[in-house]
Design a protein around this ligand. Sequence first.
Ligand SMILES: Cc1cc2nc3c(=O)[nH]c(=O)nc-3n(C[C@H](O)[C@H](O)[C@H](O)COP(=O)(O)OP(=O)(O)OC[C@H]3O[C@@H](n4cnc5c(N)ncnc54)[C@H](O)[C@@H]3O)c2cc1C
Length: 337
Amino acid sequence: MIIEEHKSLKDYNTFGIDVNARYFISVTSISQLREVLNSDVHKTHLLLGGGSNILFTKDVDALVIHMDIKGIKEEVLDDNHVLLHINAGENWHNLVRYCVDKNYGGIENLSLIPGNAGTAPIQNIGAYGVEIKDVLVGCTVMDIATGELKELTAKECEFGYRDSIFKNKAKGKYIIVSIELKLTRKEHHIRTDYGAIQNELESANCFTPTIRDVSDAVIRIRQSKLPNPKELGNGGSFFKNPVISAKEFDVFHNAHPNAPYYKVGEKEYKIPAGWLIDNAGLKGYRKGDAGVHKKQALVLVNYNAASGKDIIQLAYYIQEKVADKYGITIVPEINIL
Ligand SMILES: Cc1cc2nc3c(=O)[nH]c(=O)nc-3n(C[C@H](O)[C@H](O)[C@H](O)COP(=O)(O)OP(=O)(O)OC[C@H]3O[C@@H](n4cnc5c(N)ncnc54)[C@H](O)[C@@H]3O)c2cc1C
């Protein structure tokens, strides 16, 4: 077991923030994970996957456990279904392309989302009309207190919009060590109902798309809209889309009749946070090396040497401007440490 000290995490977070971990280890097996948890290297630990949903604002005085347990097992369930058991350290997008190559359908709309497969259930990753909850059958977790493994069904994961039990009552209780996805082998449910996919496919003269066509289209759309973290540090959507009451919505809608919105249930409305920021004149705003992306106002970027604190200051500024202009509070989707 090799534990490094004072390790830079710059290459382990997509914002590219240069902070140090007091101790650091990449774990490649469940037994190693258990051994690390039992060790007395440090009284606290921090789990790290692909570092694509985390903003470091200071050095991490803990043992950082980088989840690098790899491996995929396949189990044919019937003529039309396969069950994949995927270890937590597999890269999500590589998994999507593995499935596309094998003609396993269900996650092609989730192409190019960064991070680990094992982290995907935590915020119930979603894009272009699909969420991981649509195909996740369950996951295997390690109870941090006992080191024991436990199976959780999808229902027990209590999924919601960018939400799950792992962000709420089970926060800090479990480590996800593997996930199980049920995918189609023949009768794929091709989802192009999100306008952008349909348009992208049509402009490529593709009228009977395969799952590969959908994955490729999603990749092209995302590449045209979102900054590649390898070229420009960022953590994807920084804020959640706020959900407001019908009463608040009436006030908002009267003042901003052209603003987009989605009805959520009977009494609530979701407003795209990106629109709120953009319409407040902040798209492309930059302070030092921290900025709002030029094409996508929901994405904050590190132009080069921004610190986590610079990004946070910018986020506060945005929150204040949005609250002043619309009376709506937007909160970060990303984990801030
Ligand atoms: C450019 C870009 C685009 C993005 N687009 C999308 C999108 O379209 N849709 C979407 O939903 N998300 C999107 N995201 C957010 C991000 O990709 C997801 O949240 C992803 O699931 C995070 O995975 P990760 O391994 O990088 O997590 P990390 O950032 O490493 O960790 C996130 C949190 O999970 C904890 N954690 C990590 N591994 C485990 C584990 N095995 N068990 C328990 N806890 C763990 C960490 O301690 C931390 O609190 C995007 C991010 C970027 C940078």
